[in-house]
Write a protein that binds this ligand. Structure first.
Ligand code: SAH
Length: 253
């Protein structure tokens, strides 16, 4: 996989996964951390160019560490943060989400929109818990089945791509087994995929193919187009679910 090509395709888009500002706000409300009187310590993991980071910085009394594996995405975030007067609240950190340098029990809130799949949901939520303070909150979005019955070709596709795809009840169970209690869940609406994510991505294809006249670039675009077609055909059956969970009290375990 040529990461440079993927980064070049994605860094011009406002987000690198399905989501939206009202949905980031909705999840923020479910954390119960808006209006905190003391400054919060927050990490946004797999932040990309920072679609969610900028909302968190605008809404929270917090200092936010924005983590992504790729510096190119973080550079875009830094520029936008400066333009919006939010750079004082955001620190960028190029690091892998499975080898984070945060101190144990140091964070009030960990955010991860459309990114935990890089580690896998179960492994990711289990690993991240050590960095949360007691009663710290995790807000994570993850691909989720919306129906019990699914077409065979769709199941086959996702079981090959990401076998951890599951119903919300199963994801909530994983969170509980990992030592969290659920504070809230909602699925992302279709606009988060089409208007906010796939349409801007489709608009980037033409220039991308002009910049890269290679088979590899054409293969990337073909794969993306296939994913978009699959979503358009089957969107009733899956979306991203947003899960807001809190570290459980020792005594409640
Ligand atoms: N949260 C952003 C980006 C989601 S796409 C949004 O909602 O728009 C997934 C992000 O995870 C990408 O930015 C990708 O660079 C990042 N990523 C992939 N592997 C990673 C890893 N091992 N550690 C940290 N970030 C990673």
């Amino acid at each position: 996989m040529d990461y440079d090509l993927l980064i070049d395709l994605y860094k011009g888009t406002t987000r690198q996964g399905p989501g939206g500002q009202p949905q980031t706000m909705q999840a923020l409300q479910l954390t119960d951390l808006l209006n905190s009187l003391h400054p919060l310590k927050v990490a946004d993991i797999g932040c990309g160019t920072g679609a969610s980071t900028l909302v968190l910085a605008a809404q929270l009394n917090a200092s936010i560490v924005a983590v992504d594996l790729f510096q190119n995405f973080l550079d875009v975030l830094e520029q936008d943060a400066q333009r919006l007067g939010l750079s004082g609240k955001i620190q960028i950190l190029a690091e892998s989400m499975d080898a984070l340098s945060f101190e144990a029990a140091s964070l009030d809130l960990i955010w991860a929109e459309g990114a935990i799949y890089n580690m896998g949901f179960e492994k990711g939520v289990t690993y991240l818990k050590q960095f949360l303070k007691p009663k710290g909150v995790l807000a994570v979005s993850e691909i989720t089945w919306l129906t019990k019955k699914r077409p065979y070709d769709l199941e086959a596709h996702w079981n090959a791509e990401y076998p951890e795809i599951a119903m919300a009840s199963e994801k909530i169970n994983v969170l509980e087994e990992a030592g969290y209690l659920l504070k809230g869940y909602f699925p992302l609406p279709e606009a988060c995929w089409i208007e906010n994510y796939y349409t801007p991505l489709e608009q980037a294809f033409q220039d991308f193919l002009k910049r890269h006249d290679t088979q590899e670039a054409r293969d990337i675009v073909d794969d993306e187009r296939a994913e978009i077609a699959l979503y358009k055909k089957h969107h009733a059956h899956y979306s991203y679910g947003f899960y807001i969970a809190q570290v459980a009290n020792e005594s409640s375990l």
